[in-house]
Ligand binder design. Structure first.
Ligand SMILES: Cc1cc2nc3c(=O)[nH]c(=O)nc-3n(C[C@H](O)[C@H](O)[C@H](O)COP(=O)(O)OP(=O)(O)OC[C@H]3O[C@@H](n4cnc5c(N)ncnc54)[C@H](O)[C@@H]3O)c2cc1C
Length: 458
């Protein structure tokens, strides 16, 4: 306790006494995140209110040689904010100012703790669109989105966060403020350090400001919910839509288990006997939307799809409801939910669905599958109870098998949830020894004392 009191005294000089905590009940709140990992208490939690304080906090952690884990909203699904080696957890939630929305050059400049939805709303009021829309956007922060390179429900057409990052400012391990990128559309001065910070998962620096590209919103959109008897038919439709050079904004899938679970808890009128549903949204110029819609409908019907179209905004909201209620419904089935992130080339979605079905049977587990099928990004979601040791052993084997098979299909360990602690053990298999050694050298050079988020990724 003496050591912790000393820590509090030192950090208070930077952020003020009311913005740092050593009390166990507060530290416990920051000992875990959205990934079901064993909680670890930090020694201290600090909440800077000005971005300049970030550099001072890093400097102090370096001098004290204690770990620093940066935390936005803690919604990451890979254990990235669990302070596995204790030390300091720095919250970015009070760094939540939208500094500028520029309509002429179409960008927004924000602090890292801005909630994604708040940015999207502010931009929409100015008649523009910030496309990345992770399902967690009501709570996730822009800093977290950049550090995880988050995707979303519109990623198929609009891409993921990295496509929108024009500039990043960050503090390095030596407390220097580093800047990379800028407003010009063409900019090749210096190394692409903003690229380095994207997907860096808090290991290479602390992002203090982000400039994000905005785009004009689509003039029209058409939304449809399509039910199929067989999940494999639904996944074949996904491949065929893409093969026909149609890029919907949204192309989401949900299997029968997930449909039944959503209906059980939310009673929104989903047919529980159907094998799968697809939520499809096409957007753009009105004529193109109409044309794409006709083609998509034809493909769906070819595979026996029962197509429901939204005629007005109210209908659209209703169709989206099923997708929005997915995770909260699955979470009600069992005490522990493990949301995985298997991602394969789009043409292999039917094979991946089959893999997940086989694994669920083989290990006798409840697995609901939904996700961004158009991106090949499926979320097999295992419902379990981490107090049941025997079942957890089967869960672990099932996850190993899902990843083995994902890689065999030419896929990746993580389409959007990052590596953190969750995928660390599979890294060498996907990226190879040489790449891991490069990561290690890079990390050592940029953060010689290893203070930034130790125990993750490498
Ligand atoms: C219900 C639910 C739905 C989700 N849906 C999606 C989805 O559709 N798409 C998707 O991609 N993800 C999704 N996620 C995962 C998660 O929301 C994203 O990874 C999100 O970007 C994390 O943001 P955060 O603010 O919670 O970051 P945190 O969880 O707090 O942090 C994530 C990582 O970023 C680092 N970090 C945070 N801030 C900074 C900073 N300022 N500088 C440097 N590093 C930093 C942290 O150290 C950590 O390693 C979902 C999660 C949940 C719970």
């Amino acid at each position: 306790m003496v050591r912790k009191r000393r820590l509090k005294k030192l950090f208070s000089k930077i952020v003020g006494e009311s913005r740092c905590w050593i009390e166990e009940e507060v530290c416990a709140s920051y000992s875990y995140d959205a990934y079901p990992e064993k909680p670890v208490l930090p020694d201290i939690v600090v909440m800077p209110t000005h971005t300049e304080q970030i550099g001072e906090i890093i400097d102090l952690c370096n001098r004290l040689e204690i770990p620093l884990t940066v935390r936005g909203s803690g919604t990451n699904l890979s254990g990235g904010t669990v302070p596995v080696k204790g030390g300091c957890v720095m919250l970015t939630t009070a760094l939540n100012r939208i500094l500028e929305i520029n309509k002429d050059d179409m960008y927004a400049r924000v602090e890292p703790g801005v909630i994604t939805q708040n940015l999207a709303n502010a931009v929409e009021r100015e008649g523009l669109l910030y496309p990345p829309d992770p399902a967690s956007m009501k709570v996730s922060t822009i800093g977290g989105n950049v550090a995880e390179n988050s995707g979303g429900l519109r990623a198929l057409k609009y891409g993921v966060t990295d496509r929108y990052v024009m500039q990043v400012k960050f503090y390095d391990a030596f407390s220097n403020l580093v800047k990379s990128g800028g407003i010009p559309v063409k900019l090749v001065t210096g190394f692409n350090l903003k690229g380095l910070m994207i997907s860096s998962e808090g290991l290479l620096g602390v992002i203090s400001e982000v400039m994000l590209k905005l785009v004009p919103p689509p003039q029209a959109r058409k939304t449809m919910l399509v039910f199929f008897d067989d999940v494999l038919d639904a996944s074949r439709v996904v491949s065929e839509i893409i093969i026909n050079r149609i890029l919907p904004a949204t192309l989401e899938i949900m299997d029968n288990f997930t449909i039944k679970t959503v209906e059980k808890f939310h009673h929104i009128g989903l047919p529980t006997d159907k094998g799968a549903l697809l939520l499809i949204e096409v957007d753009g110029h009105p004529a193109a939307v109409e044309d794409e819609y006709v083609q998509v409908e034809k493909i769906c019907r070819k595979y026996g799809g029962d197509v429901h179209i939204a005629k007005k905004q109210e209908d659209r909201d209703k169709l989206w409801q099923a997708r929005r209620d997915t995770l909260s419904s699955l979470a009600m089935l069992k005490p522990t939910l493990i949301l995985e992130d298997a991602t394969v080339p789009r043409s292999r979605v039917p094979d991946m669905i089959k893999v997940i079905q086989d694994v669920a049977k083989k290990y006798n587990l409840l697995i609901g599958t939904f996700g961004h099928a158009g991106d090949g990004n499926l979320h097999p979601t295992i419902l379990t109870d981490r107090r049941d040791e025997e079942e957890m052993k089967r869960v672990s084997e099932a996850i190993d098998e899902i990843f083995e098979r994902t890689l065999d299909l030419g896929g990746t360990l993580s389409g959007e949830h990052g590596v953190g602690i969750a995928k660390k053990k599979y890294m060498e298999k996907e990226v190879g020894r040489g790449t891991l050694l490069f990561y290690e050298r890079l990390k050592k050079g940029l953060d010689p004392k290893g203070i930034f988020n130790p125990g993750k990724v490498i």
